[in-house]
Write a protein that binds this ligand. Structure first.
Ligand code: HEM
Length: 163
């Protein structure tokens, strides 16, 4: 791996291959709460951006569920961050926000979907990543849909498998 591009050093705490531990928890006012497993790979190729894939699965059967992949960019010399993401549910989003120490807070700025995406349609996503005192990565996601105001959807903590 080439050396870390200094532009993304404020995000270096996110790098690694991570696996949910304990398992992720999902909820939303309109659905039955669920548990999930997720592997997060956050890497770089020497460019001024992070590359990521998040692959979730059913913790009992291993069946693949939600997947997303994309890039995390920083406006060099600032704490302004963009999270560019494609999801297998037929949604692409751009989220923007700020990195503050080992915490990244994001909100969707634009969101687009395929013409035959399943309803209800997600309208807004708010996301937070942080590194805990024990060196675990934590992610929380809230969303608003065409039928439901902003409410929590996901909470997951990951253990680092490798750098
Ligand atoms: C349901 C969006 C990530 C599992 C939903 C719904 C939406 C949605 C719009 C429908 C809610 C409703 O029926 O009112 C998203 C978005 C995500 C995301 C935008 C990422 C930013 C995940 C992840 C998992 C997951 C990582 C992990 C397994 C589920 C499940 C349901 C659901 C199990 C319920 C499905 C059903 O009852 O038909 N999600 N989701 N989602 N989501 Fe997510």
């Amino acid at each position: 791996v080439p050396p870390l591009n200094p532009a993304i050093s404020p995000l270096a705490w996110m790098l690694g291959t991570w696996v949910s531990e304990p398992g992720g928890k999902g909820e939303f006012p309109t659905i039955t709460p669920f548990n999930y497993k997720e592997e997060a790979v956050i890497s770089h190729a020497g460019q001024p951006m992070l590359n990521f894939t998040f692959c979730s699965s059913n913790p009992d059967t291993g069946k693949a569920l939600h997947r997303e992949c994309g890039f995390i960019r920083i406006n060099s010399g600032t704490n302004q961050v963009a999270f560019i993401c494609a999801e297998n549910i037929g949604v692409v989003e751009i989220e923007e926000g700020e990195v503050d120490g080992e915490q990244l807070t994001l909100m969707s700025r634009s969101l687009s979907r395929i013409s035959f995406a399943k309803e209800p349609h997600v309208q807004q996503v708010c996301r937070m990543f942080c590194l805990t005192a024990e060196g675990k990565l934590e992610q929380t996601v809230s969303m608003a849909t065409s039928t439901q105001a902003l409410a929590p959807h996901l909470h997951v903590t990951y253990r680092k498998l490798s750098s």
